[in-house]
Design a protein around this ligand. Sequence first.
Ligand SMILES: Nc1nc2c(ncn2[C@@H]2O[C@H](COP(=O)(O)OP(=O)(O)O)[C@@H](O)[C@H]2O)c(=O)[nH]1
Ligand SMILES: [Mg+2]
Length: 217
Amino acid sequence: MSKTIKLEQKVQAKGHELAAELRELFRSKGIFVVNLIGSPGSGKTTLLQAIAPKVRGRAAVIEGDLATDVDKRRIEEAGLRAHQINTVGACHLDAMMVRDALETFSIEGIDLLFIENVGNLVCPASFELGEDIKVAVVSVTEGDDKPAKYPKAMRVASALIVTKADLLPHVRCDIDRMTRDAREQVPDMPVFVTSAEDGQGVDDLLAWILERARARA
Ligand SMILES: Nc1nc2c(ncn2[C@@H]2O[C@H](COP(=O)(O)OP(=O)(O)O)[C@@H](O)[C@H]2O)c(=O)[nH]1
Ligand SMILES: [Mg+2]
């Protein structure tokens, strides 16, 4: 038991070290990095597809999934360079996977990198990838209790992105409740109500991300 804990601590410490190295690398290249965490089907890839035409030539995407390169191809079709990591069972990306990806995936010439984590509101909240910010993605169709049920995902997030707002007339979803619960964890947490379908909130979200990037630079 104590051996298991020690090994876990060692692995976590190594992960922190590597994430710090990645953060250094991204900073040295002037790249602002956004790590998207959210459940499978919450609309992470579709949101990135909606953002893609607005950041063509300056942004790239790393996709994390257990299997397939479906999301990478969707992003490429939307006009951004993309790289797929297959975790083959792991429920989250880790810093080592991102470092390995950068051996073949060039991030030269960009100033914005999106990392779409494996669909999951639990594990990805605990792993640093050298990102500047994590954002939590929750759709209106998942139930408005999710920010309350996944407090750690809220706590590590710099913003809550509510997706699929075009479906609000068809589902019971109280955005005020989601906002309140997210702000229980992070007071004043920015909340963006978006739809990739009709585009609402996407420009505001991107403007906020770019402002964060400018503030860091
Ligand atoms: N109506 C509507 N459907 C959406 C929206 N965003 C995503 N979807 C749908 O939700 C499903 C899952 O989306 P996807 O982006 O693949 O989710 P991911 O697993 O989080 O990357 C797909 O069928 C999308 O077409 C949206 O803004 N409005
Ligand atoms: Mg996806």
